[in-house]
Design a protein around this ligand. Sequence first.
Ligand SMILES: Cc1cc2nc3c(=O)[nH]c(=O)nc-3n(C[C@H](O)[C@H](O)[C@H](O)COP(=O)(O)OP(=O)(O)OC[C@H]3O[C@@H](n4cnc5c(N)ncnc54)[C@H](O)[C@@H]3O)c2cc1C
Length: 500
Amino acid sequence: MKSVTPIVFVFHWRVWFTAAAGIHTQSQAVGSQNSHELSELLSNNASIVLPSDPTWDNIVARGSYPRIAPGYQLAVEVATEADVATIVTYANDHDIDFLAVAGGHGETTTLNRLQDGIQINLRKLNSVTVNDDDTVTVGGGTLQQELVNQLYEHGKRAVTGLCECVSVIGPLLGSGHSFLQSQHGFSVDNIVSANIVLANGTTTSASATTNPDLFWALRGAGQNFGIVTSFTLKTYPITSTYSTYTFTFSRSQIDAVFSLVNEIDSPPSARDPKFFLNAWLIRPSADDDPIFSYSLAYEGSTYDLAIRAAPFLALNPITTALVTNITYKEIHQALGFGAEIFACGKNMNQAISGVGLPRWNIPALHSTYELFCSLTADSRFANSAVLLENYGIVGVLGVDAKSTAVPPEERERPILTSAVIHYEGDEQRTRREAAEWLGRLTDALYEGVEEDRHAYVNYANGNESVEEMYGREEWRVEKLRGLKAEWDPRNKFRFYNPIV
Ligand SMILES: Cc1cc2nc3c(=O)[nH]c(=O)nc-3n(C[C@H](O)[C@H](O)[C@H](O)COP(=O)(O)OP(=O)(O)OC[C@H]3O[C@@H](n4cnc5c(N)ncnc54)[C@H](O)[C@@H]3O)c2cc1C
């Protein structure tokens, strides 16, 4: 049982001080009262943070704040699974909403629907236990960089996302796009089991044999079903280093570059699973035209990369950079996904939308380029970019699409692209214009695409339909809704691209 004395003191002092200062709102009073009661129920290492605490700004900071700003009366840094269950039970008893936070990079506008809730901060559930059977057990608040680094010490790796700053669980619950997906499937295809706190505050586990329906739903629509306190993933031995080529191309090279990429991915299952492609459209400075920064990586010999890079070199890139002997631990950083990159920062109003495409449509890329020129000519949006991800899909196609809640659209489309809008401050007009730009660029990227729209749930902006994110097969959405009614009948988990 947590010692209550210091908390009681802090509570009284804070109430006195804020009341005396005349700024003691009703919400703060309720938050303080709840904090006092909760403190007696939590484990010794849990900590409660209130809006008046000096660490408050830090705990509510997120990648896309203040554009994305869930409202909290208090936050709890939980230290045990039991703490999570205690908070959920307490919140239910007091009719308070709650939201789990791991990496804090969720950026869908639906998160703003939470008001006056409790933040369940999972960062103290940050653990990595390497098991003997080629699996690793990971705490629900662990970041990708932490898992990559600790597994590397054992000569192993797991299928995680690209950016080091994001949690392991966040991408995974919505599928988890990865460098390794073409070899081993999505992150979520590699989950063996999970421990979960359910909407009613009870704890359970899910795997292929225990609560298999819940396990199905967790894998693709996980944020709707519970709080994962720990989970076990398959691991794979690290057998080789990487080499990378990074090229830059101008607008005049759009046709040649993206026709080449379409050819490489024709059909997408033909691409060597160890060959990775990714690009960004960026504007280096106000005086420069936007350029495409195109990265190729190969897990294996530099010779193998050189063969695959030759057609790109033949297009006469503006710049070329080759780096060899990159370890798995370094590859995320080497390809521009390290923890220090711009997109990993906090409080930057990042806004994206997930555009899944079967192939590049060249006229659409020209339209996108035009719009991007106008967007970044406005100094408020100059640091924006367009993400042009081109994943290998051999591994994800190797998994039966019916076996998880990840929709087939996610498995079948090798391209995941989006405008990534950044701006500073919280000016309403800028926020509205940013949303308009995102909408226009999303429409441009879909231009000429015959297939129905599909948005990756973890890149969704918040205005997409359920079918657009979770799949257009009727049985699939019906099944998700049925499982939702069974496992979360009061719809407590409804703040992240909700099913209902
Ligand atoms: C810089 C950057 C890089 C990215 N890279 C990739 C990538 O390589 N691959 C990819 O697939 N996606 C990627 N994404 C998208 C990413 O999957 C989502 O933004 C994801 O929601 C972030 O998870 P988080 O834990 O960091 O954020 P949070 O905001 O903490 O969580 C996001 C949602 O998940 C819920 N949640 C968090 N922890 C848990 C838990 N333990 N149990 C249940 N629910 C939980 C939260 O309540 C919230 O609703 C990236 C996003 C950014 C901003």
